[in-house]
Design a binder for this molecule. Structure first.
Ligand code: SF4
Length: 909
């Protein structure tokens, strides 16, 4: 319920479109009252401003914040933090389960203090979509989906039981069960309303108060919802918990980069090509920590599904959001996906009343920076082999791959000799087919990821290409593990209706499930003979996927090169069976008569795709499939659920454990003290991702986490993935910095999660941490540029904390990971320009003091890193404290956000 106020007469009425009036906080009225030139602000800023205005209560949100944001300037030093109260929260299961574990632990802590555990309750609606758990164990056969779903439920039963406990324990916590879809596609197609309402707290006021749909999600690609004019982005689980418990999400006032889109995509070019082009362009523009807003005639002409594909990849271009303003296309999409006519009218009327209707044209808004893109210049593209911003135009693919294989590892290559291309081996697969494998062979082809599966134009293009290929008698290379994982059942509906499913099946792109699969690294095992050949011969094989990330070891531990591309190109490369090919002039295979078949022979025309689209977006299909979906899920319904407000922790569980964050919890926080005598747990180079820090894929038997599970009676077959075990801090702490590809410079850059322990011997990072903690030695981590890029992963920060790391000193930090570190009470420090671990010649034998850290610390203050070398030589280095805002100082002082919020709630109870 809103606590209504009427600041400057901004509480006004608008026509709901059904003969009734609704209340809203009017941005035009704010401008009229002289608080700022609101109508000139970027649309994304205005939507945030509405939240600040509506939630202005003089305590959490002050009138000062309203005035500051209403007077946003395109270019000025950003110091003000925005207290953004979001309307709802979206979670996926990998991040949602640990978040529920924390809420349950907070309830346990409150109960132990003798207070009512119900004081811990989400204050805004929370939707969790179970999509990250399913793995592609079975592929290329008719029963793949049923078998994968069976395994998913067997592996994840304990976690799903726990989620069911959460559903009954918390009033505002809802779950979309497994087998329904991918979180961002479900959000787009079903959860998003565009406009929300809540009853007014003032009984004198006649009706509900309406406001824009805004959210944060615990998944970086939450930005996909920006495609339909909804403000939202990914935050760490820790911040999401705080948001749920009534804390605003704080962020520094952003710059807004305007991307002026003109022209239109040409024949043969897909929305995926556009998204990869935008990613490369904006990476170069440097939009990290900024809002990006698309505008102009090119943006207005793009359908919502194309906008969503571009918005999805905002984390890849580094922006907080990739926002498209609201217009008739948005309401068309809401209508086409089954939202009621009454709601659509209300939506349109609301945004018209707010003066927010229509995509701005050039000159209407002054952005911090302007970028131009003519859509007609976009070319068919892929990105890889290691980073999403490394776009390659299709004809250059073979050359780029050839170069990448020979480039040094330090330059994003694989450091192999030219000779590796001459070598290949023949293998017989478990299905008794013969396959030839070598460097450049495609071994995984996955139509995956909400980035693309929510876009019928590229999904239908894949189906149409498959149809033509089958008709010409082409087959997918036997070495390729092909899979299709739609982001919702709607996709299956339209592929079936257009008659394309049998062709995809024939090429072994059978539906494997509705979930993230390969996009999150759940690509499942390769055929054993193929995997053995790859490992034994050290082949640089490839995956081709319609996902958004391709960092090393993300897709599959033993598949080194990974290329992002549109779904039809995934099918094309699966047919070709290799990536060292120029698809513009080399054939994909031969037809029944032995004639070569080229990509151009198979590529569907824009008109063919448009014709197929007619049957894609039917409101009645969306309504049917999103109605009573829990009831249509017998496997979910069979799972028993425990009851009660406080969770009964099972000490034997290897999935769900009470985390130690509130052990010995007291109402008084410790004071901030200097860190003295610290040792380095690891020294890393540039681009250490959250995948490196907190792995998401398979758990190796020989790793500390694997050994722990074996000791606790879990067989290797039942290890499941790290992601699925995020509810167990014992596994996750052991998995932190245990990625097989992380390179610790203390060991000369050797791969694997090892370091030097206190006795000077090489050991695992986990074992070294335990040994140091036993001696009471604080630890630090030293890193290069872009530390913590990749998916938002709260365990990357939680694990760092539980390993006893007190500070991370890096050249630069990824936005979410930096705030997660503060949220877990770990101090982020940044080297000044030009200073690096290498320039300081650090090898890990040093001890470190952080001087100047005390209760008077200020955001972004300079501190001193005192380095004492083995020979007792001392060097003092100035570092910037990356606690960025005053509220973060509070979080840090309390040992993190969770203890901070818990103390506030208990004090109020
Ligand atoms: S499909 Fe990929 S991008 Fe989408 S939610 Fe899953 S992991 Fe994230």
């Amino acid at each position: 319920m809103n606590t209504s106020h009427n600041l400057s007469g901004t509480l006004q009425e608008f026509d709901l479109g059904n003969g009734k009036q609704g209340q809203f906080y009017s941005l035009p009225a704010l401008e009229k009252a002289g608080l700022g030139p609101v109508s000139k602000l970027p649309v994304s800023i205005r939507l945030v401003l509405e939240s600040i205005l509506r939630n202005c209560d003089g305590k959490k949100v002050s009138e000062q914040s309203v005035r500051e944001l209403a007077n946003w300037k395109p270019n000025e030093t950003r110091t003000a933090e925005i207290p953004f109260v979001v309307a709802r929260i979206v979670l996926q299961d990998f991040t949602g389960v640990p978040l529920l574990v924390d809420l349950a632990a907070m309830r346990s802590a409150v109960a132990k203090l003798g207070k009512n555990p119900k004081i811990i309750e989400p204050l805004v609606p929370v939707d969790l979509v179970v999509d990250h758990s399913v793995q592609v164990d079975f592929a290329g056969r008719a029963d793949s989906m049923a078998k994968n779903l069976d395994l998913e439920f067997t592996r994840n039963r304990e976690r799903y039981q726990f989620l069911k406990w959460g559903m009954q324990a918390f009033d505002t916590f809802k779950v979309v069960p497994p087998g329904i879809g991918i979180v961002h596609q479900v959000n787009l197609e079903y959860l998003a309303k565009g406009v929300l309402s809540s009853p007014s707290s003032d009984s004198q006021l006649p009706s509900a108060i309406f406001y824009p749909d805004t959210l944060v999600g615990t998944d970086s690609h939450t930005t996909m919802i920006n495609g339909i004019g909804i403000v939202g982005w990914g935050v760490g689980g820790i911040e999401a918990e705080a948001g749920m418990l009534g804390q605003p999400v704080y962020f520094l006032t952003p710059d807004v980069v305007g991307v002026h889109l003109t022209g239109a995509l040409t024949e043969g070019v897909t929305a995926t090509d556009l998204a990869l082009t935008v990613t490369q362009l904006l990476r170069k523009t440097k939009v990290v920590g900024k809002f990006v807003e698309f505008f102009g005639p090119g943006a207005a002409a793009l359908p919502v599904v194309d906008r969503a594909t571009i918005a999805n990849m905002a984390p890849e271009y580094g922006a907080t959001m990739g926002f498209f303003p609201i217009d008739a296309e948005c309401v068309n999409y809401l209508r086409a996906t089954g939202r009621s006519e009454e709601h659509c009218r209300l939506y349109e009327n609301y945004y018209k009343a707010q003066g927010l209707w229509g995509i701005p044209q050039k000159g209407q808004i002054e952005y911090s920076q302007l970028v131009e893109l003519d859509l007609a210049t976009v070319k068919p593209s892929v990105a890889g082999p290691k980073r999403p911003q490394d776009r390659i135009e299709l004809p250059d693919m073979h050359r780029e791959f050839f170069n990448a294989v020979q480039r040094p590892v330090t330059e994003n290559g694989f450091g192999k000799s030219r000779q590796v291309f001459g070598k290949s081996v023949k293998v017989e697969t478990a299905a008794k087919t013969k396959a030839s494998i070598g460097t450049g062979s495609v071994v995984i082809a996955a139509i995956t990821s909400c980035t693309n599966t929510s876009n019928p134009s590229v999904m239908l293009a894949a189906g149409l290409l498959a149809k033509k290929a089958v008709e010409k008698g082409l087959k997918v290379n036997p070495a390729v593990k092909a899979s299709l994982a739609p982001g919702s059942r709607v996709v299956t509906g339209y592929l079936k209706k257009t008659g394309l499913t049998p062709y995809l099946n024939k090429l072994r792109f059978n539906t494997v499930c509705y979930g993230c699969t390969t996009c999150i690294g759940n690509s499942g095992p390769l055929d054993p003979a193929i995997e053995e050949a790859i490992v034994k011969n050290d082949f640089v094989t490839a995956s081709v996927l319609s996902g958004n990330r391709n960092f090393e070891a993300r897709v599959h531990q033993n598949v080194k090169s990974n290329f992002l591309m549109s779904p039809p190109l995934v099918v094309a490369f699966a047919l070709a069976g290799r990536v060292d090919i120029d698809l513009s002039c080399e054939p994909l295979g031969k037809d029944k008569a032995g004639a070569p078949v080229y990509l151009a022979d198979l590529w569907p025309s824009l008109q063919e795709v448009r014709d197929a689209m007619q049957s894609a977006l039917k409101p009645e299909v969306f309504r049917k499939l999103y109605k009573n979906f829990a009831a249509q899920n017998p496997k979910w319904n069979e799972i028993p659920s425990s009851v009660g407000n406080v969770y009964e922790w099972d000490k034997k569980s290897t999935y769900i454990q009470e985390p130690p964050f509130f052990t010995n919890f007291s109402m008084k926080p410790d004071s901030i003290k200097p860190i003295n005598g610290a040792r380095a747990l690891g020294i890393f180079g540039d681009s250490v991702t959250t995948d490196h820090i907190s792995p998401a894929g398979a758990i190796k038997k020989s790793s500390p986490a694997g050994k722990f599970l074996l000791e606790n009676g879990v067989t290797a077959e039942d290890f499941n993935s790290y992601g699925s075990r995020r509810g167990n801090d014992r596994v996750m702490t052991r998995g932190t910095f245990a990625n097989v590809r992380i390179k610790n410079l203390m060991l000369g850059g050797e791969e694997g999660g090892n370091t030097i322990g206190p006795d000077g011997a090489k050991t695992s990072i986990y074992d070294a941490s335990i040994a140091y903690q036993a001696k009471g030695t604080p630890l630090i981590v030293i890193a290069g540029q872009e530390y913590g890029t990749g998916s938002s992963r709260d365990w990357a920060a939680k694990g760092t904390n539980l390993l006893g790391v007190k500070a991370v000193v890096a050249q630069s930090f990824e936005r979410i990971h930096r705030s997660n570190l503060v949220g877990m009470g770990v101090l982020p420090l940044q080297f000044k320009d030009g200073t690096t671990a290498q320039s300081l010649k650090l090898d890990g034998s040093e001890t470190y003091d952080i001087v100047g850290l005390d209760a008077n610390i200020k955001p972004q203050q300079d501190l001193t890193l005192k380095i004492t070398r083995k020979d007792s030589a001392v060097e003092n280095v100035s570092v910037r404290c990356r606690i960025d805002t005053p509220i973060e100082i509070d979080y840090y002082q309390h040992g993190g956000i969770l203890p901070f919020v818990l103390r506030q709630l208990v004090a109020k109870a």
